[in-house]
Design a binder for this molecule. Structure first.
Ligand code: ATP
Length: 363
């Protein structure tokens, strides 16, 4: 277990700069997710750590060891890819035992190790099954077992669940968390799926389209306090309003053309939050309270018309049209079997939210 440091990494493919002075620290023993849009360079970062690519410049350290130019097999790093790349003609045991056999370990040692690792991924009862008799989830677990058999200090996972159906993916997410907690190995997990990252990771780094890190934080920090409108809309849903900032005394409000002043509360005032600044106000759909009645005691109330209702099971999504004609989203938890009020298409509703629920971004 050692931390990974990438320092000032530059990497281009065919003259296209993918990473430009990219620096990142992955703390040891953590489940670390790299999340970002397709093509932003996540896999490239992983391949650089694994040694499948070499940087044009910059340094990669594993603890205090400089591994920048080290060949793949000398890095104490292992990788699990989306495609399992198992040996189809070998059974589960032989797939997992393969690298130990190459290293000429004794049969007794191999048996003990493989059994232990297969137990860790709950496949000890399938040890002698043929690979083609396993489900996708089980095959992915064999791939995991094979990757951890050599006790790597770092496990790199490149969208390992992408080929699985939703139910299996959810099950594997829990198993991956358990596995990481048992092994205490540093996991670096690449995904473009925000739910996966929020569920799995101790820490998430969000990359933008330019391959730059927008924000690093715990899932809660990223979701509750996104640093930019990019992060706010990439992780979860967020309604955005462009406006200008008004600062009178201690209170802040954002003036949005056609909607008037929307009150916001900001704990720590940043230097760009000055009178007249161009800003973006963000509000998550679940932070808005929707009702046919206007409720007192909310600093922000807006009238709207229901344009669409989408039932999601635990929650209902309302698409509502505001008086400036824009459509925003509201989520409401479905708590009651017989809700007090039923909201229908075309209903006039009131939207309410607290000033603390709104977020402010620089524009
Ligand atoms: P995705 O989520 O779609 O897998 P990603 O964020 O992992 O995307 P990368 O696979 O790192 O993105 O690719 C970043 C960019 O680098 C892409 O534009 C890709 O086409 C390009 N690229 C990656 N590897 C190579 C390569 N070997 N040769 C040429 N271009 C490459």
């Amino acid at each position: 277990m050692r931390s990974i440091y990438l320092k000032d990494i530059c990497k281009s493919f065919d003259g296209n700069i993918i990473l430009n002075n990219f620096s990142l620290t992955v703390p040891e023993g953590k489940f670390f997710a790299l999340l970002g849009p397709s093509g932003c360079g996540k896999t490239t970062v992983l391949r650089l750590i694994g040694g499948f690519e070499l940087p044009d410049s910059g340094t990669i350290m594993l603890g205090d060891e400089n591994i920048t130019d080290l060949p793949i097999y000398q890095r104490k790093v292992n990788t699990v890819f989306q495609s399992y790349a198992l040996f189809p003609h070998m059974n589960v045991f032989d797939n997992v035992a393969y690298s130990l056999k190459i290293k000429k370990m004794t049969p007794q040692y191999i048996k003990e190790r493989v059994t232990k690792v297969l137990k860790a991924v709950s496949l000890d009862t399938h040890m002698y099954r043929a690979i083609n008799q396993l489900s996708g989830g089980q095959q992915q677990r064999v791939a995991l077992a094979r990757a951890i058999i050599n006790e790597p200090q770092v496990l790199l996972l490149d969208e390992p669940l992408a080929a699985l159906d939703l139910k299996l993916r959810e099950q594997m997410l829990i198993e991956l968390i358990d596995l990481q907690e048992t092994l205490k190995t540093t996991f670096v997990y690449v995904t473009h799926d925000q739910t996966e990252a929020l569920t799995l990771a101790d820490q998430i780094a969000i990359l933008n389209h330019d391959g730059e890190i927008e924000q690093i934080g715990t899932p809660q920090q990223i979701y509750e306090f996104p640093i930019s409108s990019f992060v706010g809309t990439f992780v979860g849903k967020m309604n955005l309003f462009n406006g200008t900032l008004s600062t009178t005394g201690d209170s802040l409000s954002v003036h949005v053309k056609g909607l008037g002043g929307l009150k916001v509360y900001i704990g720590v005032r940043k230097e760009w939050m000055i009178e007249g600044a161009d800003v973006i106000m963000g509000i998550r759909p679940e932070k808005i309270w929707i009702s046919k009645e206007k409720e007192p005691n909310f600093p922000n109330v807006m009238i709207a018309k229901v344009e669409a209702i989408v039932y999601h099971g635990p929650a209902t999504q309302y698409n509502v049209r505001l008086k400036d004609d824009r459509i925003i989203q509201v989520f409401e938890q479905n708590e009651e079997h017989f809700p007090k009020e039923k909201i229908d298409y075309d209903d006039q509703v009131f939207l309410h939210w607290r000033k603390e629920s709104a977020l402010l971004f620089e524009r």
